[in-house]
Structure formats: structure tokens, C-alpha cells
Design a protein around this ligand. Sequence first.
Ligand code: NAP
Length: 305
Amino acid sequence: MTKPPLFNRVALIGIGLIGASLSHAMRRAGLVNEIAISTRSQETLDRAEELNLGNFYSTDAGEAVKDADCVILCVPVGASEAVTKKIAPHLKAGAIITDVGSVKCSVIDQIKPHLPEAVHFVPGHPIAGTEYSGPDAGFATLFENRWSILTPLEDTDQEATQAIKALWKGCGSNVSIMAPKHHDLVLAITSHLPHLIAYNIVGTAADLEDDTKSEVIKFSASGFRDFTRIAASDPAMWRDVFLHNREAVLEMLNRFTTDLAELTRYVDEGDGQALFDLFTRTRSIRKGIIDAGQEIDAPDFGRLS
Ligand code: NAP
């Protein structure tokens, strides 16, 4: 016997990579009867309709959430407060509101004060993405075998948390629950700092003299190419991440610069043993990620594409 859908109507506010992927994944798994879609521009909304991502479309977010049992905010983290203010008066009593933002403490501070009491708030973040954005970038398997983190608050209704957990599991994701502050610290090192470093190294290359720059592109397969993929990520989304996870990013950046200074010393002093020891340690981290099923064990630097 097939399971009944988790929700009758889900409203997706924002329909880029994550919103569109959720639409595909929820429909594929039969988690929802109807999807209402809202985005701020008519252009993106029209594209979402052409791609048949929902059953109802509006640029008016308040209109889209009216009869929704579950509302998922899929906008850049800096837009969370403005969007919540727009939808709050139209939320149905008993509705669950969740989000997918890459930062949790700031998003909670932006959303929570504006919500009516009768609405349940379950902050969330799928640890899955690509460097592409917009509704065309979405695909049904994005969340498969990835992790989604939920950071419920002390007063969050447990049934609401379980419902959002079931939603992510239905989309193929594993679910982990943690405190918002801990989330922001962990993501600062696993995601935010690597993006900052990639933006920095690609920015440095972009500032090189023209003749050297052309060599950088020609010989990019030697490692640089992997940074350019990360540094091609959406500028608005990432600007907001650094504006809204400032403290945790600065803490990790401090540790990083201390370690980089030490590494600089090893190179300067020709300390081969120290370099070898560090590189041996880092190699085992990669093995751990492969063992955890979060990466495949295939050569990548030599890939043909
Ligand atoms: P995206 O593809 O760029 O889509 C963004 C959506 O938000 C679009 O519908 C866009 O509307 C709307 N939007 C942009 N700025 C807005 C604003 N100021 N006010 C209201 N709406 C606005 O972004 P995404 O990659 O799906 O990311 C959405 C959220 O998911 C972000 O909070 C991000 O932190 C989180 N996230 C992203 C990834 C990733 O790898 N990309 C992974 C995990 C979580 P218009 O197109 O109509 O302007």
C-alpha cells in the first residue's frame, strides 16, 4: 500500500537550485499533493511554470502560503526577515515553516520574532548543492545520500520536527539534529571557509598579468580547476553567508591563518618532515569522507571532462 503524502500543500518561497530540487524530489517520492511556488521576479516564476515545478504560481509570497501546511523558505539567508514579514500574516494556524539556509543562528533571529504563535518553526539546512543556481539547476536526486541538518529550538513542537525529518528522508537525505550555534561553527569550516579560500585563490589568479593568466587556464587541471568550480557559486548567496555567519567564519579564519603561517614556516625552512607529516594526516581525512559515502573513490585530477 502506498503511503499517504506528508503534506497536502507545500509552499516553496524561492525557486532556485534548492527550491526546484525540492519540488522534483518531493513529487518523485509522493510527499505532497500540491506545490505552491513564489519567487520575487516574474521571469523566474515564468521559468518555474514552464518547467512545471508547481501547481500554483505567484510573485506574492503571502498569496502562495495561504493554504499551505508546510512553507519552505529557499531564498538567500539575508532575505529571510523580509520574506517572513511578508508571509507571516497569511500563514495557516498549525502550519510548519522551515528553511534551507546555509546559516542558522542569523536565520532564526530573522524569522522567529515575526511568526504567529500558532505556527511551528523547524530551521533546516540540506548539506547538498552545486555551483549552479536558478530553477533550471534543480534535480530530484540532489539530496540523495547527503545530510540534512535540523536545528529545532527549545520550544519547537516535536511532531513538527518529525514531519520535517520525514520530508528530508523522503527526499533521500539522512537527517541530523544539532544546536544552531554548533551548526554554524561546523559549516564555517566544512563549507564557508573552503568557499572563501576558493574565492581568494581564483581572485588572486584573476589579478595576475595577462600572460601568466592564460597559463593558469591552460594548466588548470593541476588543481586550480577544482577551486574555480567552488568559486563559480552564486555571488548573492555567498555574500549573505559571510555577512550572516561572521563570528564563526572569523573564528575558523583565525585558526586557518595561524596554520598557514606555520605551513609557510615549513616551506621557508625546508622542513620536509613537517610537510610530509601534515600531508599524510590530510590524506586520511579524504579517505574518511570516502568511507562515509560522501565522495566516490575515483581519480579526479586526471578526469577527462
Ligand atoms: P538560487 O538558485 O540563487 O535561488 C534563489 C531564489 O531566491 C530565487 O527564487 C530568487 O528569486 C530568490 N531570491 C534571491 N534574492 C532574493 C531576495 N533578496 N528576496 C527574495 N527572494 C530572493 O539559490 P539556491 O542555491 O537555491 O539557495 C537558496 C538557499 O539555499 C540559500 O539560503 C542558500 O544558503 C541555501 N543553500 C544553498 C545551497 C547551494 O549549494 N546552492 C546548498 C544548501 C543550502 P528570483 O530569481 O525571482 O530573483
